[in-house]
Design a protein. Structure first.
Length: 386
């Protein structure tokens, strides 16, 4: 059994190591977050339009749930701290292998108390409120899986929630109402795929706990990885397909904001706000900027945004290709970043470097010192007692 758990951890750590910032620790892949948060409770109160009596019952149920969850978290943290203490004292790091079964027990218990609470909550709902429950529950499941399902971090675009994208793009309510049928179809299809992915993970985790040795069966480990990539790739494709459809249904003046919000969720390392864009905006906001400087910076901004769009698109396409072609065997063999992915990334890096040089050539030395990352960086000190 111990060897089987070791094999399971080998699989998990191999997979988790590919996530980068998604999960930094293979031992704590699900974390301690409650599976029915206070924010979700408030969302339920609003979406279901509970009356005062129902709200009191719902808050009481949630208070009991949070008490049980907090107690379980405290027990789990105490256990992990003791494992860490023993490992450091004895230098026996293999003791960490024991934590895998306990983590599964913790996850199962916290899911159970969450399910018990929602079951009790549904008992006090009216028929018209129950009609809205399924959609609300899909939202909760979507939030939970996107935040906690480590498999979704394997492929860019799988951690996207188009409902959240629409909110980020600040699409007006009247437009949301007009596309609600398409959005609801997306929610249902995504929910089905998220449930399938969760069932797959639970199945092979149970297989490992029951004694199957993945470490000694590379064929089975490869199958697990391949099936996981197939499921997650399907979620990525679903998100892209519905994003393209929704974009065509939006008014033209909103489409750009929607696509930008989608790209930032799908490829955060590529499309997040970068230092060059910040430097351009900071420069244009300088009170002592001359008219000729402002004009030249405007030209630089226009050219950069045009070239940035192309560079980002090329980098994103290369990243999707890399994620699709990579296998667990190539990861184990320590494969290096392929030349075509490096070329796409470096194309963007060179664009950023050239543009920063152009910005600095327009500004005075004193103005350059005021750009982010330049000059002496300070943080305003607090005035205690004020």
């Amino acid at each position: 059994m111990r060897r089987a758990i070791s094999g399971w951890m080998t699989v998990l750590c191999a997979l988790a190591a590919m996530l980068g910032p998604v999960r930094s620790s293979c031992a704590q892949w699900d974390g301690y977050e409650p599976q029915f948060s206070s924010a979700q409770l408030e969302d339920a109160l609003k979406s279901l339009e509970l009356d005062l009596e129902q709200r009191d019952i719902a808050r009481s149920l949630h208070e009991g749930y949070m008490s049980d969850h907090t107690r379980a978290v405290e027990q789990m943290k105490a256990y992990m701290e003791e494992i860490q203490r023993i490992a450091e004292a004895t230098q026996n790091w293999e003791i960490w292998q024991e934590t895998s079964e306990v983590w599964v027990d913790f996850q199962q218990y916290t899911r159970k108390i969450r399910d018990n609470m929602t079951t009790d909550l549904k008992m006090v709902l009216r028929e018209d409120q129950m009609a809205r429950w399924d959609r609300l529950e899909r939202k909760f499941r979507r939030d939970q899986e996107i935040n906690q399902n480590y498999y979704l971090g394997f492929i860019s675009g799988a951690k996207v929630d188009l409902v959240s994208v629409l909110a980020t793009a600040e699409v007006p309510q009247e437009v949301l109402d007009s596309i609600d049928s398409e959005v609801n179809t997306y929610e249902i299809e995504l929910d089905r795929m998220l449930v399938d992915t969760r069932e797959f993970i639970d199945e092979w985790e149970k297989k490992a706990r029951d004694g199957f040795d993945f470490e000694q069966n590379m064929e089975e480990m490869t199958k697990v990885y391949g099936r996981g990539m197939e499921l997650v790739g399907g979620i990525r494709d679903l998100n892209k397909r519905h994003a393209d459809k929704i974009q065509t249904l939006l008014p033209e003046d909103i489409r750009g904001g929607f696509r930008a919000a989608f790209n930032e969720q799908a490829y955060p390392d590529i499309y997040k706000t970068n230092k060059v864009s910040v430097a351009i905006e900071r420069s244009l906001g300088m009170a002592d900027l001359r008219d000729d400087q402002r004009e030249r910076l405007g030209i630089i901004k226009e050219q950069y945004e045009r070239e940035l769009s192309k560079a980002n698109e090329r980098w994103a396409e290369a990243k999707v290709r890399y994620e699709s072609e990579r296998t667990i065997l190539s990861w184990q063999n320590g494969d290096e970043e392929p030349d075509w992915l490096t070329a796409a990334r470096e194309l963007r890096e060179r664009l950023d470097e050239r543009t920063m040089e152009k910005i600095e050539s327009v500004l005075t030395g004193e103005q350059v010192e005021r750009l982010p990352g330049r000059g002496k960086q300070t943080v305003e000190r607090p005035v205690f007692g004020s």
